[in-house]
Design a protein around this ligand. Sequence first.
Ligand code: NDP
Length: 285
Amino acid sequence: MTRTVSTPAGAAMPVLGLGTWRLGEAANRRTAEVAAVRSAIGMGYRLIDTAEMYGDGGSEEVVGEAIAQAIRAGEVQRDELFIVSKVLPQNASRKGTAQACARSLARLGLDRIDLYLLHWQGPHPLRETCAALQALVAQGDIGQWGVSNFDIDDMAELNALGEGKGCAANQVYYSLGERGPEFGLLPWLRDHGQPLMAYSPIDRGALASDARLEALAARRGVTVAQLALGRLLAESGVVAIPKAVRERHLRENLAAAALVLTPEEIVEIDRLYPPPRRKTPLAMI
Ligand code: NDP
């Protein structure tokens, strides 16, 4: 049974999804990448995160092809999947958002993106972007919309707009090495019922070989990457989207969603990676 969190509109979002940045960048890796995403779906991944930015649309094509193959093979049904993509800030005008979404849908081979995010705040007024996103929801092109790389003041600004109240989630850099969002932002999102989607949750792979976490991971019989993911997922309202292509990584990360750390293990991890005691600016990759 997939563990989920609820968005404000009541949609269930799996707490562990697949990141796909760096996919779709090279033609000679395409077949292997499609196979990896398909294998992820086969082993039970239901949330897949992509963006028009990744590989200039190449990542969306890889994801789309993997989904098509998995559906054709009867391994999954469309409605079981929760597909996330993102509009680039420079495209996020009233008209540009709709056009970008149409291009993403075509590359994904889908008629709906379940969650469509503004990748970060850019030149277009938020009010305009929100209106465009809401129109896409009304048309059924997207299920819900949200934002990414928004700090607490950005969330407050968004929320102050009438149109901003429909925001479903905020995707930010959150890992053991970057726990800043726990101060201020995560509580704010919890108060508003919006999941925090943690990107780069194993610090782009670096945390997986962290010697400081090795002893604890060994004692628990898990890998360091699983421990790092498990600690993030111990926070309510958090979804993690580690990227992986290797089969072992894919399996390890998915299994981390079922890991329930003991209070003692949490204390031990927090001693090595202390939670923030004051507000720090939101980090961004
Ligand atoms: P991650 O922290 O997910 O790390 C990915 C790297 O870790 C890959 O090299 C992967 O290897 C490796 N890895 C994955 N699992 C394991 C494991 N169990 N053990 C050891 N190594 C492992 O970094 P990302 O920056 O990719 O972040 C995840 C996703 O978040 C992105 O792919 C993207 O979808 C999203 N993102 C969103 C951003 C935004 O602005 N909204 C910004 C950055 C990321 P391998 O692939 O070889 O298996």
